[in-house]
Design a binder for this molecule. Structure first.
Ligand code: LAC
Ligand code: ZN
Length: 472
């Protein structure tokens, strides 16, 4: 275990010479906002000693060199919308915020790229490039609040991954400040690049443990001209989930996404938003979207999928084919996590992923686990990716201490099931500090040792986001 040194007044004075007084936050009330992400604060939060808001790669590099010299931990932070504790300074020290690194540096239409700093809000990219007929296919559910740096750190997925894949597919170049304070440029506006090890894709998803991204070159795609979403209602979760492998395997259509919501998830989000979807008489819903450049083709694809849903015992299939209805159904889906936080702050939002064909068995066996432990475990998520956000919700009859004692037992049981089915711990939220202790259930000692060797090669003093993914 590395031992770290505190941030002393002398170090604060030196930090002020790097980022200026306004870039150094030490006020306790303001620090509090940087002590947690979207995981339950009491359980996972930790206060930083100082928060820094650098405005250039050079400033980031100078801070990291100082942190190395003094052996002070550095935790990179984007918008703080993470779900695994990735941006929480679990060893105290410095939080390095990307909030002032939020410039769009270039839009290059001919190469279909946009170059941005890490603090740019993901959704803003689409606003900027829409008029050129382009879009960024990354679509995390927190798209309106999360930022590009966080998406890269976590290799964020989301609601369009069935067709478009996840963030990493679109990252062509990265400027990185390494954990020893070097500035390196990886890749460029290159669609193909096999010159050397693929360090870009090692950095993507490394949860801020291998450096701080200061610039990203992102690949844009042609904006689809048509989109249709189908909202298919089923009497029970199993019937809905059973259709997913059929849609993918039998339709000959690649949907943009296939999202699953059980009844409690839809109901909770609808109540939170004061929205109405007809959840009362159903047990679960699928939200399936198709898009494309030919509106007639998109309609035909939607029709094909609608037929498969009906053949799979859908009670009803509703069509959303204009901006207003599309936004209505998607906002219910997007806000489920937020709504459950209000419904029960004591909860564990999971991110398991299994092979797509194993989704029906997962849902069946998860229901048995929930029954046996007498708690609610609603599920929703990206069924078309085999990625479900099963959420353990504290039984109101349990005390807080009860919950904290039972939660890990139930989690281990769920993870055991996931492993049995050939799945793993996280599909898009990451390991962070929240899931670190469970890594050894899925990765053999030799694999974990490779992680540690990589970490040591980048970060010999273990100052960069320590306490995440694995202990070094
Ligand atoms: C979602 C977030 C929790 O899919 O990943 O809603
Ligand atoms: Zn998700």
């Amino acid at each position: 275990m590395t031992s770290y040194r505190p941030v002393t007044p002398a170090i604060l004075a030196e930090l002020e010479t790097i980022v200026g007084r306004a870039g150094v936050i030490t006020d306790r009330e303001r620090l509090e906002a940087y002590s947690h992400d979207e995981t339950p604060r009491e359980q996972y939060g930790h206060m930083p000693e100082v928060v820094l808001a650098p405005a250039s790669a050079e400033q980031v590099a100078a801070i990291i060199r100082l942190a190395n010299r003094e052996r002070i931990p550095v935790t990179p932070r984007g918008a703080g919308s993470g779900l695994s504790g990735g941006a929480i300074p679990v060893h105290g020290g410095m939080v390095l915020s990307s909030e002032k690194l939020n410039r769009v540096l270039e839009i290059d239409g001919a190469n279909m790229t946009i170059t941005v700093e890490p603090g740019v809000i993901t959704n803003d990219i689409n606003g900027l490039v829409a008029e050129r007929g382009l879009f960024f296919a990354g679509y995390p559910m927190s798209v309106e609040t999360c930022c590009v740096g966080g998406n890269i750190a976590e290799n964020a997925g989301g609601g369009k991954a069935v067709k478009y894949g996840v963030t990493g597919r679109y990252i062509l170049g990265l400027e990185l400040v390494t954990p020893t304070g070097e500035i390196v440029m990886l890749g460029g506006k290159l669609v193909k690049n096999v010159s050397g090890y693929n360090l870009i894709q090692l950095i993507v998803g490394s949860e801020g443990t291998l450096g701080f991204v200061t610039k990203a070159i992102i690949k844009l795609s042609a904006r689809p001209k048509g989109r249709i979403a189908l909202l298919a209602l089923f009497s029970d979760p199993q019937s809905a989930i059973d259709v997913v492998p059929r849609i993918l395997g039998e339709g000959g259509v690649l949907p943009t996404g296939i999202e699953f919501m059980d009844r409690l998830s839809v109901e909770t989000s609808c109540r939170y938003l004061n929205e109405h979807l007809p959840w009362e008489n159903c047990g679960a819903m699928l939200l399936i979207e198709v898009d494309g450049s030919q509106p007639a083709q998109v309609e035909e694809d939607a029709f094909t999928i609608g037929r498969l849903c009906q053949a799979g015992r859908a009670q009803e299939v509703y069509v959303a084919d204009n901006a207003t209805t599309l936004e209505r159904v998607w906002s219910v889906r997007r806000c489920i996590a937020e709504a459950f936080k209000v419904y029960s702050p004591a909860q564990s939002l999971e991110d398991i992923v299994v092979p797509i064909a194993a989704i029906p068995e997962y849902v069946r066996r998860l229901a048995a686990i929930a029954d046996r432990h007498e708690l609610l475990i609603p599920s929703y998520g990206h069924a078309g990716d085999g990625n479900l956000h099963s959420t353990l919700v504290k039984n109101p009859a349990w005390s807080d201490a009860d919950w904290l004692a039972r939660e890990p037992v139930i989690l281990r049981e769920i993870y055991g099931l996931v492993k049995d089915l050939g799945g793993t711990l996280s599909g898009e939220h990451g390991i962070g500090s929240k899931r670190k202790d469970y890594m050894s259930l899925f990765a053999a000692p030799a694999e974990l040792e490779l992680y540690r060797a990589i970490k040591r090669a980048f970060d010999p003093n273990n100052i960069m986001n320590p306490g995440k993914i694995v202990d070094v």
